[in-house]
Design a protein around this ligand. Structure first.
Ligand code: SIN
Length: 287
């Protein structure tokens, strides 16, 4: 599609494009919005630079794409519960939020369409975010593996990250993390089922839909049977040629399609502060 209202510059072979010629603090006209949405579907994650957004403007841009989520375990801003601060203080020695490959909130029956992350404070070096293309991961599998996975269902829950015991959130609290208000609870143990291979509702393309944070196994398989195949799929999904890496600047934005990507926030900036705001758009039930 030739773009008439925005500039679209891919940043890698697999996925990711920077969008120029746009001010997201204003309400976009329909033609510009359609091009942004097209670029989002075509590139899977889109980036914007030098955007000056209040929490209300951030929320308003996200709202054009659908209903907004309020994260059940991580607190939002006062007065803006849909805007979730993602913070790591310079003094924080614990792990960072999002520091493993994952897709967001796949423990919901209707996981996120996507998340829009806005950088307020970034370290002088490090703190990049990586993204992986889950269509490419699926396409690169053998016909035999595709045939098996196409008929399979995966189980997802939030207990590894937000469960009351042995979760990463508990671990963070024990190590003295002050950066984010994260609660744990037994509600993290609720299990939902999703197809292992989902078809994107807008593009019609198939992608792998399992992730290390929230997928616990395959329906009808034991944990021991599930683990080796899941490990293989996790490793396969993030082969370097399926990924891109985004270098943040203050006022940058990343908007990823949670239905066909995974992401990973690098934790390589000890002693420096990083603060982002995330707004997540609700998606539909994977099929
Ligand atoms: C997240 O996983 O939502 C956080 C990503 C990041 O901070 O780069």
């Amino acid at each position: 599609m030739p773009y008439q209202h925005i500039e679209v510059t891919p940043i890698a072979g697999a996925l990711g494009a920077e969008i120029g010629g746009i001010d997201l603090s204003r309400e976009l006209d329909d033609a510009t919005f359609d091009e942004v949405r097209h670029a989002f579907h075509e590139n899977l994650v889109i980036f914007f630079r030098d955007q000056i957004l209040t929490p209300a403007q951030h929320r308003a841009f996200a709202r054009r794409f659908g209903e907004l989520d309020i994260h059940p375990f991580a607190a939002g801003l006062d007065g803006f519960p849909e805007v979730m601060p993602v913070i790591k203080e310079a003094t924080d020695r614990a792990g960072n939020f999002g520091g493993t490959w994952h897709s967001d909130v796949t423990f919901y029956e209707k996981p996120a369409l996507g998340s829009i992350l806005y950088a307020l404070d970034v370290p002088p070096h490090g703190g990049d975010t990586m993204f992986a293309n889950m269509y490419m991961a699926y396409d690169a599998l053998s016909d035999g593996m595709k045939l098996m996975l196409d008929g399979m269902t995966a189980l997802h829950d939030a207990s590894r990250v937000y469960g009351a015991a042995n979760s990463r959130a508990t671990d963070r609290q024990e190590k003295g993390s002050q950066s984010m208000k994260i609660r744990t609870g037994v509600d993290a143990e609720k299990v939902v089922e999703h197809p292992v291979v989902r078809t994107h509702p807008a593009t019609g393309r198939k992608g792998l839909f399992v992730n290390h944070n929230f997928t616990s196994g395959f329906k009808g398989w034991t944990e021991a049977e599930s683990a080796p195949l899941l490990e293989y799929l996790y490793e396969h999904s993030v082969r370097p040629e399926f990924t891109c890496r985004f270098r943040w600047q203050p006022k940058s934005i990343a908007f990823w399609d949670n239905r066909c990507t995974q992401h990973f926030a690098l934790n390589d900036y000890q002693g420096h502060r990083r603060e982002m705001h995330r707004v997540t758009v609700t998606g539909d039930r994977p099929v």
